[in-house]
Design a protein around this ligand. Structure first.
Ligand SMILES: Cc1ncc(COP(=O)(O)O)c(C=O)c1O
Length: 409
């Protein structure tokens, strides 16, 4: 008799009902209505919502300043420009992330240097970070991948020892805390995305936070096409782009911020119970529990799959089998960033014609390459499902393991 849903059997995770995302709440609806009715749809027209969002986001992070911008990519670019990146400066970037964590660097004239990825945490491999620091290195963009924070104790020590700047790409980590402090506030800048899939979404949008008055002023001028802080009109003092957030998007993000903590606590509880189950399954490697992580934010979540514990079933076939059981999973970011055609075809040579570039084409970093072969990802929405449904994820994996012969030739 056929057991596995992939072969036509009953799905093991039928009870898993994953809520829709994004979720419109009353506050978002009300603020967007107010922004629309105000007639000030651009912050330069005198609207209040970009100001309010910046104030509340900064307060939520216990940060001195926040500058709302058009998206998370623009946030990283702006942070790098405000930090003073000049043509040819080397910036260390993660090898496993959304491409913007690295591509923002050549966009502002810097040279990305990839560091390997730690298999356990999916973050920058701190054991290998210092090997890629050279005399031309000016800073680091590190990502709190999937909301799981980088080890800020070790990272800050390295940053200080080498006198580098740090941009924390916290696009995945709205609400994550390290030793009671929100991530994004340890480095010179923290950058966030409000793109629709994120846990604080406004369709498109982003924000940067910093405690540094000078950096904040620079960022403010540069996000508004070189105008003086808060100015409108036609005097421009810096060569810079327009990265302003619209009032409508700011209103939407402000409303979404009101439910972020409540949803994160639900995700945290569901993840706890899922981890309890997954940790007992041979061949499923989850991220380590760490007492220094005092609150978690989410975007996607991951575990690693060892095909040897599943009779040799390939990771891709496992993903198809688990999805058929009713658990939507994927291979996530399928390649290291340096394997992206944008790097492989040396597109950045076009952006930086006079700069000597590393040989990305022949780069091999073992950690990230293994990660790309073994990773399984799911979205943060899954962790908003009811407890029984979340538990059924583990039931479905065990069922595949028990009946794996059905899938092997
Ligand atoms: C880690 C990371 N950094 C930066 C970004 C860029 O954000 P945006 O899509 O808002 O430009 C993303 C978006 O997916 C991301 O996942």
């Amino acid at each position: 008799m056929v057991e596995l849903a992939y072969n036509g059997g009953p799905a093991a995770a039928e009870s898993l009902e994953i809520p829709e995302w994004p979720r419109l709440n009353e506050a978002s609806r009300q603020y967007v209505d107010e922004a629309l009715e105000s007639g000030n749809w651009c912050r330069n027209a005198g609207g209040e919502f970009c100001d309010r969002l910046e104030e509340e986001f900064a307060e939520y992070h216990d940060a001195k300043h926040a500058v709302a911008v058009s998206n998370g990519t623009a946030a990283i670019e702006l942070a790098l420009q405000a930090a003073g990146v000049e043509p040819g400066d080397e910036i260390i970037v993660p090898s496993y992330s959304f491409i913007a964590s690295a591509s923002a660097v050549p966009e502002v004239g810097g040279v990305p240097r990839f560091v390997d990825t730690d298999l356990e945490t999916y973050n920058i491999d701190l054991d290998h970070l210092e090997e890629v620091i050279t005399e031309d290195t000016k800073g680091i963009v590190g990502v709190h991948f999937a909301g799981y924070p980088m080890d800020m104790d070790r990272l800050i020590d390295i940053v200080e020892d080498h006198d580098l700047f740090l941009v924390e790409d916290a696009a995945h980590a709205q609400g994550t805390e390290w030793r009671g402090e929100k991530v994004g506030t340890f480095g010179d800048f923290g950058t966030f995305s409000f793109q629709e899939s994120k846990s604080l979404p406004s369709g498109e949008g982003g924000i940067i936070v910093t405690d540094d008055d000078v950096l904040a002023e620079r960022a403010r001028i540069m996000h508004n096409i070189g105008r003086e802080q808060g100015a409108t009109g036609y005097r421009h003092y810096k060569m810079a782009s327009n990265r302003r957030l619209s009032e409508i998007h700011a209103a939407l993000a402000l409303g979404q911020l009101e439910k972020l903590d409540e949803e994160n606590r639900i995700r945290e509880r569901r993840e706890e119970l899922l981890l309890d189950e997954l940790e007992d399954i041979d061949g499923i490697e989850t991220k380590p529990r760490d007492d220094r992580i005092t609150a978690r934010g989410y975007c996607l979540e991951n575990f690693r799959y060892d095909s040897a514990a599943f009779g040799g079933l390939s990771r891709d076939d496992f993903i198809e089998a688990l999805s058929a059981e009713g658990v939507p999973v994927s291979d996530g970011y399928e390649m290291p960033i340096y394997r992206q055609p944008a790097f492989f075809r040396n597109e950045i040579g076009r952006l930086l014609p006079d700069v000597e570039l590393p040989d990305y084409r022949h780069l091999h970093l073992p950690g990230v390459e293994e990660l790309c072969r073994t990773n399984v990802s799911y979205g943060h929405r899954l962790l908003l499902a009811e407890e029984e449904g979340v538990r059924s994820v583990a039931t479905a994996i065990r069922k595949i393991q028990r009946n794996v012969d059905e899938l092997l030739d």
